[in-house]
Write a protein that binds this ligand. Structure first.
Ligand code: NAD
Length: 499
């Protein structure tokens, strides 16, 4: 047990019941082992899915506003545990504490959103072509929702899915990342603390790796799989769910770009690009990977960005629990190796590279900290079509806005995009031509509010979750026509069928 035992035990009072020898959990802060857990067996996953189905049969009968009351209580409990949970997020995934707090705040925000939503799960009344008929579209609970989440947003993604699913009448089965199971157990304990008096098993955690996730994905008792992670994972999950006619909501990798035009206010552009590039050590699906800058300003922009990342690299990379740190560790050695291999591949064609080296080895030999990297290119390159989940940003020049959008849309992913401009024509052209699910103006690619629908196109998977009408993914739509006349009802399309 490590020095962080108190925090872990405070958040997970029944920790002992999860201990085992299958799943070692390390903190990326110092590479130290935190605990070793056991993973769910095939039969325990099977049992959990059966329990979730029973919970569904009870939960769907509870009026939606009463379901919302459970989520309201969850939001209150999260407020109480915000600081502790934020620390555990930092301890387990390495994002700086300020961002850990932001992640828990996002959970609280989605609880509030879902509570309001629980009174607004509206359908439609549609004009019928037949007299004395009323046609309606009703939204009904769907069934157990399988949630598979990535390490980099270890708790927010669960709350985006589960809060909406719960008010929609669906219990949840959550397979968190094998790199961040403790935050999941902490969320389960917080959920359990408010769930007394409600049907049992509305929320269950399944611990394990891809194999355990696959069992959930393959089970036809789970009508919706909401999976967040790499495109590689989505390629395995999507077809499996489709083969059993289930629904999937895929939130996969990004390769996000900011276009900087000659009219941009650089006082706004530079800090936005910096946060997008180096925030969360470049480990956000919405991190800024590419800056597509007009040829007239790419040189000075590279100078100011590389100066800023050098300063961050020298003084602000370190222990994410320290208040002065801006960039914490990469999640593990594989992430660091991936960063180095991406830099090695781009080096032969790069005009200049700043940063990228390993640093802060004093914090632990098993901890991987990297100086953020800026790479100046003279033209677009196929090397940057892949997502590297690390703080590397490539600067690419463009001559016309049409060319900028062509470069922008040339990657296989389509999550988040941004333009820095003070010209309304450029802004509107960009919004219409960006092929991403998110298109921002004078705001970076990283960091979204929960009120909007979140997700992306192409290899990002096409899913939408969180705000707007994303709730519809968690319900089934039923069209219902009722006849309230006294005569024999007319048939649609004026068909006569007299016997
Ligand atoms: P990952 O794909 O390695 O793992 C994600 C989850 O999928 C884990 O829980 C893992 O156990 C599970 N999994 C992997 N293969 C599976 C399979 N065949 N069947 C079932 N489950 C499987 O991703 P990661 O390294 O944890 O996270 C980083 C990736 O996630 C990046 O690509 C990032 O862009 C993406 N991401 C996307 C979003 C988004 O909203 N679009 C949000 C966060 C992270």
């Amino acid at each position: 047990m490590s020095a962080h035992t108190d925090l872990i035990r405070r958040l997970i009072p029944d920790l002992d019941s999860y201990l085992g020898s299958d799943l070692p959990v390390y903190s990326p802060i110092d590479g130290q082992l935190l605990v070793t857990l056991k993973v769910d067996s095939q039969s325990s996953i099977d049992d959990k899915i059966a329990r979730s189905v029973s919970a569904f049969h009870q939960w769907r009968e509870v009026p939606a506003p009463q379901r919302g009351e459970l989520v309201r209580r969850l939001g209150e409990a999260l407020r109480t545990h915000k600081e502790d949970l934020a620390k555990l997020v930092t301890l387990e995934c390495g994002k700086i504490l300020e961002e850990g707090r932001g992640e828990v705040q996002e959970m609280i925000d989605i609880c509030d959103f879902a509570v309001g939503l629980s009174r607004q799960l509206y359908g439609l009344t549609i004009a019928s072509e037949r007299p004395n008929h009323v046609m309606q579209e009703n939204w009904l609970p769907l069934g157990p929702v399988g949630i598979i989440s990535a390490f980099n947003f270890p708790v927010a993604v669960w709350s985006w899915n589960s809060c909406l699913a719960l008010v929609c009448g669906d219990p949840c089965l959550w397979k968190p990342s094998e790199k961040t199971p403790l935050t999941a157990l902490a969320c389960q304990a917080i959920f359990d603390s408010v769930a007394e008096g409600y049907p049992a098993d509305l929320s269950l955690v399944i611990l394990g790796f891809a194999e355990q996730g696959d069992q959930l994905v393959s089970d036809s008792r789970v009508p919706l799989i909401s999976a967040t992670g790499s495109t590689r994972m989505g390629r395995a999950v999507g077809p499996k769910v489709a083969a059993r006619f289930g629904r999937s909501l895929l939130e996969l990798g990004g390769n996000n770009a900011v276009i900087v035009t000659p009219s941009a206010d650089l006082g706004i552009a530079v800090p936005s690009i910096l946060f997008g590039s180096v925030g969360t050590a470049g480990q956000r699906c919405t991190s800024t990977r590419r800056v597509i800058a007009h040829e007239s300003l790419i040189g000075p922009l590279y100078e100011s960005l590389s100066k800023a990342v050098s300063q961050i690299g020298e003084t602000k990379v370190g222990d994410p629990l320290e208040a002065s740190t801006l960039v914490g560790p990469l999640i593990d050695q594989a992430a660091f190796d991936g960063m180095q291999s991406a830099l090695d591949r781009i080096r032969p064609v790069a005009k200049a590279i700043t940063g990228g080296e390993r640093t802060r080895e004093d914090l632990g030999t098993g901890a991987y900290y990297a100086r953020p990297a800026m790479v100046l290119l003279s033209e677009n390159s196929a090397v940057i079509e892949e997502e590297t989940f690390a703080p590397i940003t490539y600067l690419i020049p463009y001559r016309t806005l049409e060319e900028a959008l062509e470069i922008h849309n040339s990657v296989p992913q389509g999550l988040s995009s941004a333009i820095m401009t003070t010209d309304v024509r450029e802004a509107e052209y960009f919004k219409r031509h960006s092929d991403c699910g998110i298109a921002n103006v004078n705001i970076g690619t990283s960091g979204a509010e929960i009120g909007g629908a979140f997700g992306g196109e192409k290899e990002t998977g096409g899913g939408r979750e969180s705000g707007s009408d994303s709730w519809k993914a968690y319900m089934r739509r039923q069209t219902s026509t009722t006849y309230f006349g006294r005569e024999r009802p007319a048939l649609a399309q004026g068909i006569t069928f007299d016997v």
